[in-house]
Design a protein around this ligand. Sequence first.
Ligand code: 3H9
Length: 725
Amino acid sequence: MAAFSYICDSVAVITMSNPPVNALSSALIRAVQKAVEEAIGDFAVEAIVIRGDKGKFSAGADIREFNRLERGPPLVSLIDLIEDSKKPVVAAIEGVALGGGLELALGCHYRIAHAQAYVGLPEVLLGLVPAAGGALRLPRLIGISATLSMITTGKYVQAREALKLGIVDKVVGENTVDEAIQLAKKVIGQPLGSRQLSTLPVQCPPNVEAFLDEAMVKVKKQFRGAQSPLACVEVLRAAVQLPYLEGKKKERELFQFLYTTDQTRAQQYAFFAEREVAKWTLPSGASWKTASPQPIRTAAVIGLGTMGRSIVTSLAKAKIPVIALEQDKKQLDIGSKAVMSLLDREILKMEQLGHTEFTNSLGPVQFTLDYGKLRDVDIVIEAVFENMALKKEIFRHLSGICKPEAFLCTNTSGLDIDEMASVTNRPQMVIGTHFFSPAHIMKLLEVVHGHYTSSTTISTAMRLAKMLGKVGVLVGNCPSFVGNRLMRLYVEQAVFLVEEGSKPEEIDRALEDFGLAMGPFRMMDLAGLDIGWKARTEIGLTGPKLPIGTPARQRGSKRYSPLPDILCEKGRFGQKSGQGWYKYEKSGGRNAMPDPWLYNFLSEYQRIHNLKTHYVTQEEIIERCLYVLINEGFKVLEDGIASGPEDIDVIYNNGYGWPKYTGGPMYYASIVGLPVVLTKLEKYYGANPDIPDLKPSSFLKKLVSKGNPPLKEWRSHLGFQSSML
Ligand code: 3H9
């Protein structure tokens, strides 16, 4: 676990070892404590270096132990022991020093970091506050403002930025431990007072109370509904107002309060769910363990529209050389300029953080009109607009040009992968890689497995997600896959509620208050209403292909709302045209304002269609919009399109702005209670029999009949299913 391993010229080196990330479990804390005590008591030792095994300092407290009743020795007293040592202690930080890991390093008198290492206090992402003195020592070292930004966002800070901020004393390119030993030797006998952070005053801006009040307002707005960012501001207030020891008490109180909340349980679930989904298995038995990903050294992207541009940027950021192809010179010029401007923005961001080497480490981008240049790439990502005929033509073409080992991916957001694969000479190497906009920022990659896709191809696409810093979630091939299949029903429900008497801003507010990053109407206006309109026109739900005599508000036996189509017919496409569900200050404006025109238009629409309106409560908005989405989630599980509820939750947490502190839609349903969700769906379906999507799914009913089992048991109740995975 931890050994006071060797003494090098009077410097004891203590190695923390708890694979894979040296999480500070009770056993590890106990072992480090023993090693430090031994080193302090050993006359031959004059200084101490603490390091982590296998190139990782420590990822912090062992999250797996959070739910255990019996608790180990407190990390806080180990850190105090280190800080109080009369012998200098140096932290040699390689890999990561996160949460309790960084707190331990802050207890050391000096910190040396490898250039590739990251430090951070990400407790907030688990619904907690740092609880081993991190939020008290850090503002004494780097000031309130920088600490606030780190602990309320949980962001990871690379070594060079950490040096700039003053978190570490030195950054080295290699031999971190040797450098730490040299530094330890050098400081033997020097006074340590100024290096014991808990004894120093907090560095505050002039009017710190006003600064913290303002911070609280901002944080409330930024992390709507989340409790832990607010507690982070509170703990900083304690750091400022109270002596260190009293601050420690407050820190403990806040941690203990948060520790019992539903939010922290949901966030811990979300953390492990993200890791779980990487461990995919197919019904055939092939899995992440047995399949080997192929190397991706070069890539190509076809189409430089909004998605293509940001996919190119994402690849370049991951240092993968990329060839970007467009069909004509004009599109190529526009696309290449847009890519260069995205890359410039990324470079600027990194330079502001002190990463001067970033420019050189971007993968080179080559722009071309010539398919011949794609001959040797390892992977091609097609990102042209959603037209099957065009996509098939491209796949047919790629088949003849690319080397036989090249993987062919499509960024389609819902078209049939198998149909595209069927025109290639390598259907087993065709896969969906559904990026989310903007692709160089959003963390989700929906990896869509077709009927023919091989396990090597899946494994390679999942590896690609990791290389791009994304969470890859493997899903089956069905119209709109998982994310958009659920989203369509949620949006449709919101539009029905407008027909029934609610207003777009009321619905948006209710769902944003629930915690969603953006309500459905603001989201539609941002994405562009014309996109859905085009798709509906193509499949004959509206426009010239719609059979004459089709009732305006009915398609087949289902209710249909033509409202979005009518807005498009009137040129209201959303932000891009300056008006949609809202009006904007100008075309391309971002400031959504309720539009009196829309109110008149809706009244007229309701009159023409003889609609009875009713007062739509916030409760009805939340329940109808969210439960219809959750209901479809159960259907997706039943159909075998996602292998577990965790996959759906990870998709929503990372691709659709779902509030992580509720765990994701399926976890949220488990907390609300499946019998409640079922009863509400029955009620709403009863009142709206023309909306069959409100009819409770048989899997939901089955789970309720089995006594509402906990989420981790849901999979076992799926029974025999024709898995599409
Ligand atoms: C804390 O410190 C509270 C303190 O203030 C004070 C308390 C008193 N514990 O992500 P990966 C596992 S709160 C247990 O796939 P990567 C992870 O589940 C803690 N396990 O690898 C996975 O297991 P498996 C604050 C942990 O290279 C394996 O390690 N710290 C922990 O992409 C590999 O993980 C954090 O929030 C942990 N702390 O990324 C750090 N961390 O193989 C959270 C990881 O069975 N961790 N595991 O699936 C991370 O951000 C990333 O895991 C890290 C590695 C960057 C470290």
